[in-house]
Structure formats: C-alpha cells, structure tokens
Design a protein around this ligand. Structure first.
Ligand code: TXA
Ligand code: MG
Length: 348
C-alpha cells in the first residue's frame, strides 16, 4: 500500500516528514517534492534500497542515481575530492537545481552509481525536500519518481499514476516550481562538462567558470555505439504514448506548417498541438495544450511535462510541438522535447 500525505509547511507537517524519514531509515521508498521534479527516495548508502528503486521504476540498473543532501557539510564524506570549479558552483547555485558529479568515496555503493567510480550529488532548495532529507540522517538516493521512459512527475498525482502500489509513501508538496530536472555538471575531470541542461543555464555556468564543455548528447542524437557521459541520456525519455513531432522556426511559419501537417494526418487519428499563449487560437488540431507564453520560458519549462502527460489523458495519437531557440532555458526545454520526439524535427 502507498501512503499519500500532503506536506506544504515544514512546521505544520513535521509528523508527515518524520514518518517519511522513518520509512527511508527502515529501507523503504518515499516519493518527495523538489523544486525540479518529484524524486523517488531511498537510503542512499543501502544497496538494497537502490535495487528497490530500480525495480519500482522499471529502470535499468546501469543508470546511476543522484544522492540528495540537506547541507553542504554532508558532501565531504561522499566524495574523494572537491575541485575548485565545484566549490565555485556550489557557492553560487547550492541549494538549487544543479547536480554535480564527483569521484566517489568508498562508502557510496556501486549499486547507487551504476558501477561507476563517480557519484552525482544534489542539494535541493525545496524546503520540504531539505527537511525530509535532514530527518533521514543520511543521503537520499533519488531518481525522478516516474516509471522509466515516462515524462518526469511535477505533481504528486503524476507519481501516483506511475508508482501507486509500488512504493511506501508519496509526500504531496504541490507542484514543482522549475518543472525540468536539474542541470548536471561533471566536475570529476580536468574540465567541467555539462551532461544535462536545466534551469541553471549554460550562460550562467559560463559566467561562473569562464567556459564549459557540453556533452554531445545534450543537443544531438547519438550514433549507434556512441555513449553519452550521463548513462541516463541514452534511454528513450519523456515520451507520452502519442507520436511527438517538433516544428521550429518563426512563429508564422510554425503555425502554418503545423496546421498543414494536422490537415494531412489520417482522420482516424486524434491530433494535438503543444502551443504557446500567443499562438493557441490559431490551430485546427483536435486538442491544443498551452505551456505558457513564448516570452516566459520558465513558465513553459514548468508546464512541459504536465502537457506531455496530458497527451495520454486526452488519448492524442500525434502531437506537434512548437520548438524554441536553444539558448538559456530554451536549451533544456528543447533537450527534453527532442528526446520525447525521438529527434523528429521540421525546420521551417
Ligand atoms: O532534478 C533532478 O535531478 C531530479 C530530482 C529528483 O532531484 N532527479 C533526477 O534523477 O532527474 P534521474 O535519475 O531521473 O536522472 C539522473 C541523471 C541520469 O541521466 C543519470 O544517468 C545521470 O543523472 N547520472 C547520475 N549519476 C551519474 C554519474 N555518476 N555520472 C554520470 N551521470 C550520472
Ligand atoms: Mg529521470
């Protein structure tokens, strides 16, 4: 059975958080809110808990988990060294939506790191997440709390849909502010490298570091045999059951092309468009799902996964998504959309 409890305030809801921490300490699994997406937490130093996480998500066990901490002091015992570049990034972006990859210390089990000698660490900003992790008294291993391959959950109801009956508890802390998973930067090598774009943007990272490498998997489809540096980036991701197709270019061309593609789609199929506030009234598709205003990419980011999930609830067969320029937050949004679309894009 899965216990589902609301917790929106760390003082009023302390009993819920204590209960959740007790479940983690006794080897169970708890889904919890963060500012990015909901995480599926287990004891980060217990190999058995890691195996339970992989089983509940249906996730391959070579895809490593992120360890979540509630204070910067908790980092040191988990890693071999803290490079200068990491210190700078932690100072500026922790707590927050940035995960850093370090050389792992011996106490971190290989079950958590998918057999790698490195470990991903994140110090989230969400107050419920921080209180919960601190009550656990150990790092909390947590991937996104979705079934493997599905869009990440940004509401407790998304977690419930995917994992109810498979985990011990869901802490319902409302919707996730940023709505895309954390930015991942590997600081374990000589030069810092971006492995997954997120709300801490490349522009912000360059500003702090002077320069940063970007893994090819961030923007492009890998060829057969090529390996991304973040093992998770090789799997199909974020996919609704609908076929997703991206159309990008100037607003006028995008609207015209999508309407043309909709009119050419087999009439037995239900069509949808993932549109913006500005264009939503111009489409002829069966359903129009609005993520937000084109001038507010943070709003688009925070609604994207909800809209991808809505495609399934509305039984949409083919969904056309408006593309965005790949700078600032647009890079992270397009990274998720491209994966959902299997890199099917029209440039117009
Ligand atoms: O925002 C987030 O990061 C959310 C919340 C819950 O904190 N978590 C999350 O976890 O997105 P997950 O497991 O869905 O994605 C973690 C990604 C995967 O692509 C994984 O391959 C990569 O991080 N990763 C984890 N450890 C790694 C390591 N040691 N080296 C390279 N990539 C790693
Ligand atoms: Mg995930």
């Amino acid at each position: 059975m899965t216990l589902i409890c609301k917790a929106e305030n760390i003082d009023n809801d302390i009993a819920v958080l204590n209960k959740a921490a007790e479940i983690i300490r006794s080897g169970g699994l708890v889904a919890f809110p963060t500012e990015t997406v909901y995480g599926l937490g287990g004891d980060g130093l217990d190999p058995k808990a890691a195996q339970k996480i992989y089983a509940a998500k249906g996730r391959p066990s070579d895809n490593p988990l992120i360890l979540h901490i509630s204070h910067t002091d908790e980092l040191k015992p988990l890693v071999k060294e803290i490079p200068k570049s990491a210190e700078k990034l932690m100072e500026r972006f922790w707590p927050g939506p940035l995960t850093l990859i370090f050389k792992k210390a011996d106490i971190v089990p290989y079950e958590v790191t998918g057999g790698l000698d490195t470990v991903a660490i994140r110090f989230p900003q969400n107050s419920i997440a921080r209180k919960f992790i601190s009550l656990c008294g150990r790092p909390v291993a947590a991937p996104s709390a979705n079934s493997s391959g599905r869009p990440s959950p940004t509401r407790a109801s998304h977690v419930e849909f995917d994992l109810k009956g498979k985990i011990d508890m869901i802490i319902d802390g409302g919707h996730c502010e940023f709505g895309l998973e954390s930015t991942i930067v590997d600081v374990s090598k000589d030069r810092p490298c971006l492995l997954r774009p997120g709300s801490v943007t490349v522009e912000m990272l360059e500003d702090m570091l002077g320069g940063i490498d970007i893994d090819k998997a961030v923007t492009s489809k890998l060829e057969a045999g090529e390996r991304p540096k973040a093992p998770g980036m090789k799997y199909t991701h974020y996919s609704p059951s609908a076929k997703v197709i991206i159309v990008r270019g100037n607003e006028e061309n995008v609207v015209n092309k999508i309407n043309q593609l909709v009119s050419q789609t087999d009439k037995c199929l239900k069509t949808g468009v993932i549109a913006s506030e500005e264009t939503k009234d111009r489409y002829i598709a069966d359903e129009v799902l609005v993520t937000g205003s084109r001038s507010n990419t943070a709003e688009i980011a925070s609604n994207l996964f909800k809209m991808l999930r809505k495609c399934d609830h509305h039984n949409i067969d083919v969904v056309f998504a408006e593309g965005l320029p790949e700078n600032e937050l647009g890079l992270a949004i397009m990274n998720r959309l491209k994966k959902a679309a299997g890199y099917k894009i029209y440039d117009v």
